[in-house]
Each structure stands twice: as structure tokens, then as C-alpha cells.
Design a protein around this ligand. Structure first.
Ligand code: FES
Length: 225
């Protein structure tokens, strides 16, 4: 049994899940996620393998600007492959991420098998807790997601990139419900203990420029504490 898997690479690829799942279904493929989405890539590889798959081809889908390095698809798949006991399917990974589903067939022309010699999931660079000036929690709970949390997240990330803000400046964390749902979309900033509500895309950009860069919270969207 030869199976085709599509792997959402980013947090934001979870949002168009229904569209991606429908497209995968029409192609007789299966959808999995590298982060946050369900099923995870590892869980889906196990399911397909248990179902008797002898070869699985993986293509990474990236619908936004936020994807981790493409190598992570191969590394995560290789980790699963090494850990899988007994007989295991051949796993082939496309060399390129696909940003547009129309590119899928071309990506399938360029797949390479997992060999088990790929780098693992750890690195000496990831041993310590990193320092960062702000830890920013973007609510991805159901109310905030339904009321524009995704647009706020994208705007915040894009504006951070424009200002060259990295993890040492702002560590972004995606969370479930943070509780003041009536104020959705909610973003909270620590250690400042500043909470924002009604954060649309322009406001998210202002939070970056005025709060993270300028050091002054955006009072118009600050929630009382
Ligand atoms: S869903 Fe965001 S605060 Fe509840």
C-alpha cells in the first residue's frame, strides 16, 4: 500500500484545516501536522504503518510566511522511522515545501527516502532556557480564533520580522483560552503584565512598534488589571 501524506508545517496551517483536508481527501491523501494540529505527523505515520502501508510519501504544505526550516519535516519523519520497531514502511520526503496546492504534483517528482542517518531532535544549542525581553502569549482559544486571532498573529509576526525582532526580543507563545474571552482576540505580554483585547491586525502591528520596539504599551487596547 502506497500512501501520500501532506504535512502542515506551521501553526497557521492548522487554520485552513478543512480546506487542506478536503483537498487531501480528493487526492486519496492524508493530512497531518508538524505542530499543534491533530493528527501529528508521528501519529499519522503510526496509523498508516499499522494499517499496512509499505511506502509513504510526504509533502510539506506551507500556506504562510511562518514555516520552520524544511529540514524539520525530514527530521521528524526520520525520528519516527528510527523509533518504529519491527517492519517499517519506506518513507519518502519531498525536497521542497509546497506553498500552493497546484505545485503538489511537481513536488512529488522530487522525493528522497528517509535513511535513518538524518539529524535527531536535539541540539547542544537547545540545552538552556533562552533569555528574552518579552514573552507574548497569543490566544488561539476558540473565541479568539473565531474573532480574528489568526490575523492578529500573522500581523504581529510580519511586523516583528520587519523590525528584526527575534526570540531574544520576543518569545511568541500560542495558547488556549486565557479567560477574558469577551475581549477577543486577546494577547498578553509578560513580564510587563500587559493584557490587550480586541487586537485586530493593525493593533497587533502597533503593539510591536509601540510596545516591543518603543517600550510604551498601546493604551487604547489595554485591558484593566
Ligand atoms: S478564547 Fe481567547 S481568552 Fe478565551
Amino acid at each position: 500500500m502506497n500512501e501520500l501524506g501532506r504535512v502542515g508545517m506551521t501553526v497557521s496551517d492548522v487554520d485552513p484545516r478543512e480546506e487542506l483536508a478536503g483537498h487531501a481527501q480528493r487526492r486519496g491523501a492524508h493530512l497531518a501536522f508538524l505542530q499543534m494540529g491533530d493528527p501529528s505527523l508521528s501519529a499519522e505515520l503510526t496509523r498508516l504503518s499499522d494499517a499496512g502501508a509499505t511506502a509513504i510519501r510526504l509533502v510539506g504544505i506551507n500556506t504562510g510566511p511562518l514555516a520552520p526550516g524544511h529540514s524539520w519535516l525530514r527530521r521528524i519523519a526520520a525520528h519516527w522511522w528510527r523509533e518504529r520497531p519491527g517492519l517499517k514502511p519506506e518513507v519518502l520526503v519531498a525536497d521542497d515545501l509546497v506553498a500552493n496546492l497546484a505545485e503538489l504534483d511537481a513536488a512529488l517528482e522530487r522525493v528522497r527516502p528517509i535513511t535513518g542517518t538524518e539529524p535527531g531532535l536535539t541540539s547542544s544549542a537547545w540545552e538552556e532556557v533562552g533569555s528574552h525581553r518579552h514573552q507574548v502569549m497569543i490566544c488561539r482559544g476558540p473565541r479568539c480564533t473565531a474573532r480574528g486571532g489568526v490575523d492578529a498573529m500573522r500581523s504581529m509576526i510580519m511586523t516583528m520580522m520587519e523590525h528584526n525582532l527575534g526570540d531574544a526580543d520576543v518569545l511568541l507563545v500560542h495558547t488556549g483560552c486565557q479567560f477574558p474571552c469577551n475581549q477577543a482576540p486577546v494577547i498578553s505580554v509578560q513580564p510587563d503584565d500587559v493584557w490587550y483585547g480586541g487586537v485586530d491586525a493593525p493593533t497587533a502591528a502597533r503593539i510591536v512598534t509601540e510596545h516591543f520596539v518603543g517600550g510604551t504599551p498601546v493604551e487604547s487596547h489595554r485591558l484593566p488589571r
